[in-house]
Design a binder for this molecule. Structure first.
Ligand code: UDX
Length: 447
């Protein structure tokens, strides 16, 4: 790379890579750093090591224009002006956050910055519990660099709010930028970088302390998860009342601007890499400080139980599930991704297995990842129709567009009896009225 890179990003996972690609797309010289050599090689070829719409094209262009490079050598960070930390912060058995990747990356980064003559800004993008930036990160950086934050080093907490499937668009058009810092220079430097990135379209910038910035991220995910558990609770109530549909309730309450219509889709419960992990980390964090966040525990418990509700609906249709063949349509935690982390489908499948059902699953993208977890505990089908063949019940677990195209005949032709549980509410109840069709949140008139 001829030009001096301006920004380095440690951790080429989901957040790091999408951030790197979008920075480079705006002409910012960017270098991605990851200990995984295979991943680095792939990125250098302009190929995305994970599935995200637009990412591949963006990477290819950036690599071609020599605006993006990748390496496993963290020493290159010293040649840049700013380093983002975007390493993983997984959950541990007790729910608490695992900061070992943060610690290692911070220590390594500090060492390579020791000899750097000029100023260097470090930005914590990983989701970390309040106090991590000013505690662990600051301590490790200062120890290993032998420099002081505020003088030779700048430090900011700057969480991201990317959604899988729209991460690139989210990164290009965020609704806000949150910058937490202890000193003006750090915040000014990062704001300058974002001003360069967004130009006249700079979104509102919230300047605050590192601890507040860290908590914003948890508050955001806790609110969204609670919104889902809330509407799922209403759905479970609506389902008991003939003639009531949660869709109408969501539409009506969503028109109140204080509530808002987004994130009010009832379903089998939230999944994905963030909500459960972050809620558990927040609960654990604050319980250790003698406060019990009852609301968030209920959000999580509601979510867990929602999978049992789905299985209960199958039991309503079939009676005992023992030896019954159940077709699970959709494994990904939401559509357009191959990600099954914390997916409701896995909770439902585990319940079905426990009750003696034989499970056959189909997903347009997530079968390879599911095989890594469930291997041969279930059967896998090549498409929705073959999954339905000989099935006693079908459960729609992911809202893939292709499942919306299914018509009553598809179920009638292939299944032993057309028993359908629509956990995503994507089929038209009127069209399926003649079949044994149950949707979450729809009070059956027959009931
Ligand atoms: C989430 C946050 O939205 C994002 O801001 C944060 O940075 C990471 O976590 P993501 O995990 O990509 O993003 O998924 P999201 O689209 O938010 O959906 C999370 C889960 O909630 C999915 O399982 C989805 O199906 C479910 N969900 C979402 C509902 O059941 N109903 C809804 O109305 C919305």
């Amino acid at each position: 790379m001829k030009q001096k890179p301006a920004v380095s990003i440690v951790g080429m996972g989901y957040v790091g890579l999408c951030t790197a690609a979008t920075f480079a797309s705006r002409g910012i010289q960017t270098i991605g750093i990851d200990i995984d050599q295979a991943r680095v090689e792939q990125i250098r070829k302009g190929k995305a090591p994970l599935h995200e719409p637009q990412l591949d094209t963006m990477l290819k262009n950036a690599v071609k224009k020599k605006l993006l490079d990748a390496t496993s050598e963290i020493s290159v960070a010293a040649d840049t002006e700013t380093t983002f930390l975007a390493v993983g912060t997984p959950g541990q058995q007790d729910g608490s956050i695992d900061l070992s990747y943060i610690k290692n990356a911070t220590e390594d980064l500090g060492s390579v910055l020791r000899e750097k003559p000029g100023y260097h800004l470090i930005v914590v993008k990983s989701t970390v519990v309040p106090g991590t930036t000013n505690g662990v990160v600051k301590r490790f950086l200062e120890q290993s660099s032998r420099k002081t934050i505020g003088a030779g080093l700048g430090l900011c907490a700057n969480p991201e709010f990317l959604k899988e499937g729209t991460a690139i668009n989210d990164a290009l058009h965020p609704d806000k930028i949150v910058i937490g810092s202890n000193d003006k220079k750090s915040a000014d430097e990062l704001t300058r970088l974002y001003r360069h990135f967004y130009g006249s379209k700079l979104p509102p910038v919230i300047l605050t302390s590192p601890e507040a910035a860290e908590l914003v991220k948890y508050a955001s995910n806790a609110f969204l998860a609670t919104k889902v558990s809330f509407i799922n609770t209403i759905a479970n109530i609506a389902q008991q009342i003939p003639g009531v549909d949660v869709g109408t309730i969501a539409e009506a309450i969503g028109l109140d601007p204080r509530i808002g219509g987004l994130f009010l889709k009832s379903g089998p419960g939230y999944g994905g890499s963030c909500f459960h992990k972050d809620l558990q980390a927040l609960i654990n964090y604050i319980q250790n400080r003698n406060y019990d966040p009852v609301l968030f525990r209920a959000t999580e418990e509601t979510n867990k139980q929602q999978a049992n509700r789905v299985v209960g609906m199958a039991e309503n249709l079939l009676g005992s599930l023992s030896s019954k063949r159940v077709a699970v349509l959709g494994l990904a935690f939401k559509k357009d991704t191959d990600d099954i982390r914390e997916a409701a489908s896995i909770r439902v499948i585990n319940q079905l297995k426990k009750k003696g059902a034989r499970v056959v699953a189909y997903d347009p993208m997530a079968i390879p990842n599911t095989k890594k977890t469930l291997s041969d505990q279930i059967d896998y089908a090549e498409n929705a129709h073959s999954a339905l063949k000989g099935a006693d019940c079908a459960i729609i677990m992911t809202e893939w567009d292709q499942f919306r195209q299914l018509v009553p005949k598809d179920f009638q032709t292939h299944m032993t009896a057309p028993n359908i549980v629509d956990a995503r509410r994507i089929l038209d109840p009127k069209q399926f009225a003649q079949l044994n069709y149950l949707a979450i949140g729809t009070g059956s008139v027959k009931a």
